[in-house]
Write a protein that binds this ligand. Structure first.
Ligand code: HEM
Length: 426
């Protein structure tokens, strides 16, 4: 219907029909928003009316019958789950608490790269993201479900079984390293599962019936939402930096000046890395990993700009189009230029509607702090520890920047680059 890259097709349509479009996708009235001002109207002024998620086949499967959060409709279950996540799992204090684990993991990756190594779970998350992000015809024309024209059921079922097994394994006490062992590796820190299991019998579960299925659903939500978005953002940043050697050099110079070449990057260094943070914003402007965010659904009839929008309309925010809107971005909006953020207040919090890779409003990403800390640390560490170049004979101009659509839009081609260790110490 909208081709393999719907954010691009919808951008072209918006160039002709304007920043607020009404489309009839199958039987579902759908509003597509493609400018910062219009996004503010829907995600701030009328956020309360558009705060639900549509019921889709993929969301049913992904969330154990909508026991989780990301795909849940608005209501008491979503509110309690969101509270649980924001107050117990994703607070700034918890994000800081997981810092030791992030440091160890990134250090391990650096060692692996130096030594000149993917995991079973990555494959499950990739598959889950493919299912969740695809436009499923059955969700727009429900009576076609029996025909399953896109064979979506074939894609969904194995993924569900695999993720059931994978997630089950992660939670199983017999498959988890003992707390003592993890304490030895990461200090006195609990992980997500420790925290959720400890909440099962406590009063702090924020009215959630926290059974094992709910924990599994939430875990799949958090891993699917967090893992790929972070990895994909780092890959896009690297691809842009390879294409723009001046920006790569500037980021590495900043790291060298702030930290020196005698040690690796620590989380405490990240606040001083202004240019690195500009590189991340610019990467997320041009390559938001969820270019259409996650679809919303209206919970009541609402009038927006004199248009009557009926209850249960679908809302799609084209963050990809907004990031290259010439009315919002000066110079050439298609050009990768981190310095456009110098002396600018624009941040990623969802308050500046021209840059909303984490969404905004009630359903905005609760993992922003965790996602951003991971991207900063991984990108900063890899730029600091290694020089990077393309294989012999490949020029930056030839680098393929094609996209592969899913909930996280990744580079279609793997990025192949050669590292050379650049620190003095081991
Ligand atoms: C680079 C990293 C990340 C990006 C770009 C990102 C982006 C997004 C976006 C665009 C949305 C939809 C927002 C909306 O509808 O307005 C979202 C929702 C969500 N994200 Fe993230 N995310 C990232 C990392 C994470 C992490 C690390 C976690 C948790 C561990 C997480 C958990 C969630 C959840 C649970 C939702 C659904 C919220 C709801 O429906 O109430 N995300 N994210």
């Amino acid at each position: 219907m909208l081709g393999s890259l719907p954010h691009r097709a919808l951008h072209q349509l918006a160039n002709v029909h304007g920043p607020i479009m009404h489309l009839k996708l199958g039987l579902v009235p759908t509003i597509v928003v493609s400018s910062a001002d219009a996004a503010k109207l829907f995600l701030k002024t009328h956020d309360a009316a558009f705060c639900s998620r549509p019921k889709t086949q993929a969301s049913e499967v992904m969330s154990y019958g909508r026991k989780a959060m990301a795909f849940s409709e608005y209501g008491p279950h979503w509110r309690s789950m969101r509270k649980l996540c924001t107050l117990e799992l994703l607070t700034n204090a918890k994000v800081e608490m997981f810092g030791g684990m992030r440091r160890e993991e990134v250090r391990r990756v650096v060692e692996e790269i130096r030594g000149g190594g993917g995991a079973e779970f990555r494959r499950i998350v990739d598959e889950a993201l493919k299912v969740a992000g695809a436009f499923n015809l059955n969700d727009f024309v429900p009576f076609l479900k029996v025909l399953d024209l896109q064979c979506s059921g074939i894609g969904i079922r194995p993924s569900n079984e695999e993720s059931e097994q994978g997630i089950g394994c992660i939670i199983q006490p017999s498959h988890r390293p003992t707390y003592a062992k993890r304490k030895e590796n990461h200090g006195n820190h609990k992980d997500f599962i420790d925290i959720m299991i400890s909440l099962m019998d406590s009063d702090c579960a924020h009215e959630v019936q926290l059974d094992l299925d709910t924990i599994k659903a939430l875990l799949l939500d958090l891993l699917a939402a967090g893992l790929d978005s972070t990895a994909t953002t780092v890959t896009w940043a690297f691809a842009e930096l390879i294409k723009h050697p001046f920006a790569m050099k500037k980021a590495q110079e900043e790291l060298k000046d702030a930290i020196g070449l005698d040690r690796m990057v620590e989380e405490k260094d990240l606040v001083n890395l202004e240019y690195l943070n500009m590189v991340i914003k610019e990467t997320m402007r041009l390559h938001p990993v969820a270019p259409l965010l996650v679809p919303r659904e209206s919970i009541e009839d609402v009038i927006v700009n004199d248009y009557h929008i009926p209850k249960k309309s679908r809302l799609i925010i084209n963050a990809w189009a907004i990031g290259r809107d010439p009315k919002a971005w000066s110079g050439d909006p298609e050009e990768f230029d981190p310095s456009r953020f110098a002396n600018s207040d624009i941040d990623l919090s969802g308050r500046y509607f021209e840059l909303i890779p984490f969404g905004a409003g009630r359903r905005g990403c609760p993992g922003l702090q965790m996602g951003l800390s991971s991207v900063q640390l991984v990108l900063g560490q890899l730029l600091h520890c290694f020089d990077w170049e393309l294989p012999d004979g490949v020029s930056p101009r030839d680098l393929d920047m094609g996209e592969k659509f899913g909930l996280a839009v990744a580079k279609a081609e793997h990025l192949l680059i050669k590292p050379t260790y650049r620190l003095k110490s081991t």
